[in-house]
Design a protein around this ligand. Structure first.
Ligand SMILES: NC(=O)c1ccc[n+]([C@@H]2O[C@H](COP(=O)([O-])OP(=O)(O)OC[C@H]3O[C@@H](n4cnc5c(N)ncnc54)[C@H](OP(=O)(O)O)[C@@H]3O)[C@@H](O)[C@H]2O)c1
Length: 344
């Protein structure tokens, strides 16, 4: 049956300047589903992604690569769902698609904006995680931005998260000789080494990155994959080898402090050690996606890569899953399952 209304997460208010977001800023509302127009699809969402970039979209202010969420309007983001009604003959009902209208149980989307996904090839969660934008970010960051070479020593921060866990396993498979990581808490550090294939790891809540990076990589780093910024970046710069590369992927330690964070006061290291420091936004590198999908789908099939995920169930708990991810409650990709009938 085609429903006439659906539940969505709406932004009620923005966080105060420099504040962490809180659950009261959001509400789940039941809203009408608009009538399908030519070229549109009605999708019942199966699962959606929650991402650190959504933290920045809660604020007002200039955005360089995405749009802010609007107060009074539903949030959006990556999701996978099943088409249940179609006004586009190329994508009939029953097909599973990835699209940008998450944070709602049903979505009306333009057929031209979706990607059809094969749930036989990989489960829904993988298409939002290691085989989706998350894994692609790790791929671009290591291969193009970090210029990973056979035998390199690689350091990855937020190493147990979605991008970080993918980057750790990809780096090993792409020929790194040593991969070390940083995460919050002893359980994650243990998991990095015992389950995720890291050679060694540090708990940044217990040990300062300044001391730990030298201990983890006494002969220096060829590549630093930065998800965190702040003291991790300072410590990595101090421990890079000559001609090292720093891939600036994100700076989650600064997302709630309006970007002020801790100053990077040792950029002279980039001069002395001839370091290349390069920021990137994954969507500028779409030319690499076919090679990425083909390689990582193969690694998933062979079991060399695992689709790690932390799943929160139900639209009523989506905000908890999002805020939990910002605090580090996840290992692997943080996902919200919206349809309990699907195994993701
Ligand atoms: N450039 C791009 O195109 C692009 C695309 C996607 C993602 N990103 C960036 O990649 C990074 C990782 O994203 P993701 O989706 O994979 O998220 P994620 O790592 O799965 O989740 C965020 C993690 O950040 C860690 N964290 C939170 N506060 C921290 C702090 N103050 N210091 C150190 N770690 C902290 C938490 O793990 P702990 O328990 O270890 O603290 C948490 O699990 C983010 O910076 C994101 O913005 C960039």
């Amino acid at each position: 049956m085609i429903p006439s209304t659906t539940r969505m997460v709406v932004l009620r208010d923005r966080p105060g300047r420099g504040d962490d977001p809180t659950p009261d800023l959001f509400a789940v509302e039941e809203l009408p589903i608009p009538e399908l127009q030519a070229g549109q699809l009605l999708v019942r969402n199966i699962a959606m992604s929650v991402d650190p970039s959504m933290r920045g979209r809660l604020d007002l202010g200039e955005k360089h690569y995405t749009t802010n969420f609007e107060v009074g309007q539903p949030l959006d983001g990556s999701a996978v769902g099943e088409v249940i009604a179609s006004e586009d003959e190329r994508i009939p009902a029953g097909v599973v698609v990835r699209h940008r209208a998450g944070w709602r149980e049903h979505a009306v989307v333009d057929a031209s904006t979706v990607a059809v996904i094969d749930t036989e090839a990989a489960p829904v969660g993988a298409w939002l995680g290691v085989l989706g934008q998350t894994g692609f970010t790790a791929w671009v960051g290591l291969k193009r931005i970090g210029e990973l070479h056979e035998g390199d020593v690689v350091f990855i921060s937020a190493a147990a998260g979605a991008v970080g866990s993918a980057a750790g396993s990809f780096a090993k498979l792409l020929g790194a000789s040593r991969v070390v990581g940083s995460a919050g808490g002893p359980d994650k550090v243990r998991q990095l080494v015992e389950q995720l294939g890291y050679d060694d790891a540090m708990d940044y809540r217990a040990e300062s990155p300044r001391d730990a990076v030298r201990r983890l990589a006494p002969d220096g780093l060829d590549v630093y994959f930065d998800n965190v910024g702040g003291p991790h970046l300072v410590a990595a710069l101090k421990n890079m080898r000559v001609n090292g590369r720093v891939a600036l992927c994100g700076m989650i330690s600064q997302y709630s402090d309006d970007g002020r964070g801790e100053d990077i006061n040792n950029l002279i290291e980039a001069v002395l050690r001839r370091i290349t420091i390069r920021g990137f936004i994954v969507r500028d590198h779409e030319d690499m996606r076919p090679e990425f999908e083909q390689t990582v789908a193969g690694w998933l099939r062979s079991g060399e890569v695992e689709a790690l995920q932390t799943v929160t169930d139900g639209i009523d708990h989506a905000v908890d899953g999002f805020l939990g991810m910002l605090r580090g409650a996840n290992v692997g990709k943080a996902l919200i399952r919206l349809d309990p009938n699907w195994d993701i």
